[in-house]
Ligand binder design. Structure first.
Ligand code: URA
Length: 294
């Protein structure tokens, strides 16, 4: 029959629709470019409207809350009615299916590909290379820094300069290697003159960090310095007020400690950082390789 889609695709569609029905999602839009949230919106907030349709709350765009997506999926009321006229996707842009897949089935590759050759903020015009992140995509431990410096910008890898060498020593002192952990930053492009990333830059770039963390699903996140801690904890408190304490980010254990660059300027603070890392090691069941880092 003309216009009929192949049987294998029909089967897939019908399976997918029952899956969405189980989630309580029963509204499907004809014009997906206007009704379906953009990928940027989907990064951080996703909620069900009263009738089980899909809606985005803008006010929450930068405020991640513990384990939002899984909770959301459980909390959507199950409806017995599903629209009988589900249009086939015809327009460009993310479809409902693609959008939901991003929440349910995100990967580092997808996050990287959505980031693309980013020009979303002013940092792009001065960077040489986007520094996405590096390490084990299934790491139990994720280190989050601030933003790439000159060496990182040149090599496209996080923490490869002087501060990075110190971080590597710290990781090895914990009985790990860099390839065992995942290392990334709040902003993926180098702020000029190594200045702090500005609020709009953090706001624009951090959703990619949130997705990276969600995908990796580490047991522990270590924030290196105030920018990372403030971004993940959504606080303006100074890092010294909560450094070394167990905190939570979306249901994961978070430890904020001083940035290795700070330690290069203040070597006396190394002892405090080592104490913080020992707490992390206890949670991860790690034995120190040899004493504390130099
Ligand atoms: N400092 C950071 O915060 N990140 C890096 O990648 C390098 C230095």
């Amino acid at each position: 029959m003309p216009g009929l889609i192949p049987e294998s695709l029909q089967k897939k569609l019908s399976e997918r629709l029952s899956y969405y029905q189980d989630l309580g999602i029963n509204h499907f839009y004809r014009d997906r470019t206007s009704a379906i949230p953009s990928s940027a919106e989907l990064l951080t907030e996703f909620s069900a409207g009263p009738t089980g349709s899909i809606a985005i709350s803008n006010e929450e765009l930068t405020l991640p809350k513990p384990s939002r997506a899984p909770q959301l999926l459980k909390s959507i009321p199950i409806s017995s009615e599903i629209s009988k006229t589900v249009p086939l996707p015809v327009l460009a842009g993310p479809s409902l299916f693609e959008s939901l897949d991003r929440i349910v089935d995100d990967t580092l590759l997808k996050v990287r590909s959505d980031l693309g050759d980013c020009t979303r903020c002013k940092l792009h015009s001065m960077r040489h290379t986007i520094v996405f992140g590096d390490g084990n995509p299934k790491a139990e431990l994720v280190f989050v820094g601030e933003g790439p410096g000159a060496d990182e910008d040149a090599q496209g890898l996080p923490f490869v300069g002087r501060a990075g060498k110190l971080l590597t020593q710290m990781i090895e002192a914990m009985g790990l290697q860099r390839k065992d952990v995942y290392i990334c930053n709040v902003v993926k492009c180098r702020p000029p003159e190594n200045r702090l990333p500005e609020e709009d830059e953090v706001k624009t770039c951090s959703p990619f960090l949130f997705r990276q963390i969600d995908v990796i699903a580490p047991k522990v996140i270590v924030c290196l310095g105030a920018v990372a801690a403030k971004t993940l904890l959504q606080t303006n408190r100074g890092i010294s007020q909560f450094r070394g304490q167990w905190l939570e980010y979306r249901g994961r254990k978070l430890m904020a400690t001083y940035h290795p660059a700070y330690l290069l300027r203040n070597p006396n603070a190394k002892g405090e950082v080592w104490k913080d890392l020992q707490k992390v090691m206890a949670v991860l069941g790690l034995q120190p390789k040899k004493g504390k880092p130099a």
